[in-house]
Design a protein. Structure first.
Length: 278
C-alpha cells in the first residue's frame, strides 16, 4: 500500500497537469489577444493622431485663406451693388456700380436707363460693403456705348474710388490681362481674365465656359491690377455677353458731367500687370 501511494501521488499530479492544460492554453490565447489588442490600439492611436494633425492643418489653412480672401475683397470695395425700386410696378432691379469719386459712380446704361428717364418713379439705393449705403440723386446716360454716370446724394467715405485708364485699349495693344469685379449676390472678383479692345468696346476672349460674369454684374468693372496688386485701374464697364464699354472713349463727357460738382475722376496710365502663372 505504501508503494502504491507514490504512484497514486504521481497519477494525481498527472491528472492535475492535464486539468491545467486548458487553463494554460486559455491564458496563452488571452495573452496573444491582449498583445494583438495593444498593437491594434497603438496603430489606431497613431492613425488618429496623424488624422488629427491633418485636420488641424486644414483648419489653419482654411482660416488663413479666408482671411486672405477677406483682405483682398476689401481692396475691391469701390465695386457696389445697385438696387432699384419702381414706385408704380413695384418691381426691383439689381445691378453693379463702380465708384470713381466720392460722389460719383459708373454703371451700364441698361441698368440706369429707367432712373435717367423717369427719375421720380425710380428709387435707387447703392451698397458698398456691409455698412455703406447711399441713394442715387441723378443718372446721366453717355452719348455712346453702354455706360452711365450716377450722382450720389452724399459722398461715400472710407471707400477708395478706383482710377480710370486714360486711353482706350485698341487692337494694337494686344491682349490685356484683367480682373472682373461684380456684385451679383455680393462682391466677387475673378483674376486671370483676358480681353482685346476696339476703342469704344472691349471683348472678353477667355473661353465662354471660363467667363465668371453673372446676371446682375452689369455695370461692374474690368480692372487692370499692378504687379503688387495695390493699384487698380478701371478700363471697362460690364455690358454683358463678354463685352464692356471703355470709359476712356467718353472721357470728355465724363469730365464735363462731373465738373459742376467740383469732383473729378482720376485718369492714369496703364499699370504693369501682375506676372501670369506658368
Amino acid at each position: 500500500m505504501l508503494k502504491n501511494e507514490p504512484s497514486f501521488g504521481r497519477s494525481t499530479s498527472r491528472l492535475e497537469s492535464s486539468r491545467d492544460l486548458p487553463l494554460r492554453g486559455n491564458r496563452l490565447i488571452l495573452s496573444l489577444d491582449l498583445q494583438s489588442l495593444k498593437r491594434s490600439v497603438k496603430n489606431n492611436f497613431k492613425s488618429l493622431l496623424i488624422q488629427g494633425f491633418f485636420l488641424i492643418s486644414l483648419l489653419f489653412a482654411s482660416s488663413a485663406t479666408g482671411a486672405e480672401d477677406a483682405s483682398e475683397k476689401s481692396s475691391f470695395r469701390y465695386c457696389g451693388g445697385w438696387r432699384g425700386y419702381h414706385t408704380d410696378s413695384k418691381r426691383i432691379g439689381t445691378g453693379t456700380v463702380v465708384l470713381i469719386s466720392p460722389s460719383w459712380a459708373l454703371t451700364a446704361t441698361h441698368v440706369a436707363r429707367a432712373k435717367a428717364q423717369t427719375p421720380n418713379k425710380r428709387r435707387v439705393e447703392l451698397r458698398f460693403g456691409p455698412d455703406k449705403t447711399v441713394r442715387v440723386e441723378k443718372a446721366f446716360l453717355a452719348p455712346k456705348g453702354d455706360l452711365a454716370l450716377l450722382k450720389l446724394q452724399r459722398p461715400i467715405k472710407n471707400v477708395k474710388p478706383v482710377s480710370l485708364l486714360n486711353q482706350a485699349v485698341t487692337k494694337k495693344d494686344g491682349v490685356v490681362p484683367f480682373t472682373l469685379v461684380g456684385h451679383s449676390g455680393g462682391l466677387h472678383f475673378h483674376r486671370d481674365r483676358r480681353a482685346k479692345g476696339t476703342g469704344l468696346h472691349a471683348k472678353h476672349i477667355t473661353k465662354k465656359a471660363d467667363n465668371p460674369g453673372k446676371s446682375g454684374d452689369s455695370g461692374g468693372g474690368w480692372v487692370i491690377e499692378s504687379h503688387d496688386k495695390k493699384e487698380h485701374v478701371l478700363f471697362g464697364i460690364i455690358h454683358g455677353g463678354g463685352r464692356a464699354t471703355q470709359p476712356a472713349a467718353v472721357r470728355k463727357w465724363i469730365g464735363d458731367t462731373m465738373k459742376a460738382s467740383g469732383e473729378k475722376a482720376t485718369w492714369v496710365d496703364r499699370p504693369k500687370p501682375p506676372k501670369r502663372k506658368k
